[in-house]
Design a protein around this ligand. Sequence first.
Ligand code: AMP
Ligand code: ZN
Length: 494
Amino acid sequence: MANVQDHPFQIFNTLSRKKEAFIPIDPPHVGLYVCGPTVYSDVHLGNVRTFLTFDILFRWLSYLGYKVRYVRNITDVGHLVDDVDAGEDKIAKRARMERLEPMEIVQKYTNGFHDVMRLFNILPPSIEPTATAHLIEQIVMIERIIANGYAYAVNGSVYFDVPKYARTHDYGKLSGRKTEDQLSNTRGTEGQEEKRSPLDFALWKKAEKGHLMHWPSPWGEGFPGWHLECSVMSTKYLGHTFDIHGGGMDLKFPHHECEIAQSVAADGVAPVHYWMHGNMLTVEGRKMAKSEGNGFTPEELVTGNHKLLERGYSPMTVRFFMLQCHYASTLDFSNAALQAAEKGLQRLMAANGILAKLKPGTEGTAFDVDALVKACNDAMNDDLNSPVMIAHLFDGSRAINGANDGNVALSQADIYQLRKLFNDMLFAVLGLQPEAEAKAGDDLSSGLMNVLLTMRADAKNRKDYAAGDLIRDKLTELGVTVKDTKDGPVWERA
Ligand code: AMP
Ligand code: ZN
């Protein structure tokens, strides 16, 4: 995305062209779609970075006064282990490993994902659709693509005909990949021989014997291809051409390139005005990934219980650490950078605290608060440049400390303006939370939980199991799970 400032005009254009049957929202309105997680395992910190990038976009657009319809899906079928239309479904594989129903896996890791989003204060989207709830729409979209001549059915599967599409369209437009290069990179894998070209990708796959997740379709029992769900769910809720589509950089190809091809082939229009990709969190230069074994979970991060961590860090420190890097750059994890972020965040919060009590003064050097406010807004409007915006807040915090020492002159109007700026930028836009309040809340919660668990243990000792279960059930309703271990009960908050 070049510049969010250009965006308003696109929004009005988009709205005036919308004809689909969905509930339009009056301008100013932005349609934002972000590829969500594949819910087959715990999210790691790399995933958090991408969802945080779009949280900042959502917050910034909302702050500017746009009404944002933010759709972030849950991939609960169709993402195969090796990403090239062969191998087992990631969710089904996990279901076999954990001896659970695939939908139990989906629920378990969706719950876990939501917990992590709350931990990092990442706002929920307006709609969170799942792929399995949109199978009819996916089948109908495949039928449109076949009818337009860009897909073919073979042996119960349906493939997108990439060479045919590429003859008249620019396949590779988004990722900059040429089809010749793509051809030399394809590998001969099992299940590829049905395809007319190795470039083709699955829209629908026949369920082989033993495949756990499958549904009836005009081509027989099977399951949808991974790229299709996002094409269907984004356009269903946001219109055939919508404003912004996001995801991690690693989704640009093939996932997003395929989304464009699918929409153009089915409906004749490019689906998205602005593509926006968040860059990767790396560890010692390598992408953080489940498969690499270098992905720590948020829980490990907070406790410091991982070989790469010197100690634990609070979720807000991690949030701040990530926001001090532009979303389009890679960010390498390091203990030193996290410790610096922790100090930086404390400095800004301390300045904000001083600001609450600061008295106006006329002694000392002048400070241009209007220029600071403008610089912060300009930085965010310049492709969400959060590191530059934070650097400006540090300038502001130096002025606040100076005013507190009597070296910088700030009028009452300046102080009001600075209070609004710090409040808006730190809390509404960057989504930071004061650690002290969170910590005080935690201390109280721990104390209350100890009281309740002691009462529950007492009830059990008296063989009053009903009272014990009641405490546990009421806690479950509040999102607190209690597990009995050999060392006594432990509790966890959703
Ligand atoms: P997945 O559940 O693997 O489909 O990933 C969910 C989101 O996290 C996608 O948008 C990915 O691009 C993104 N992602 C995966 N690994 C990283 C990483 N190391 N850094 C940043 N984003 C990532
Ligand atoms: Zn997607």
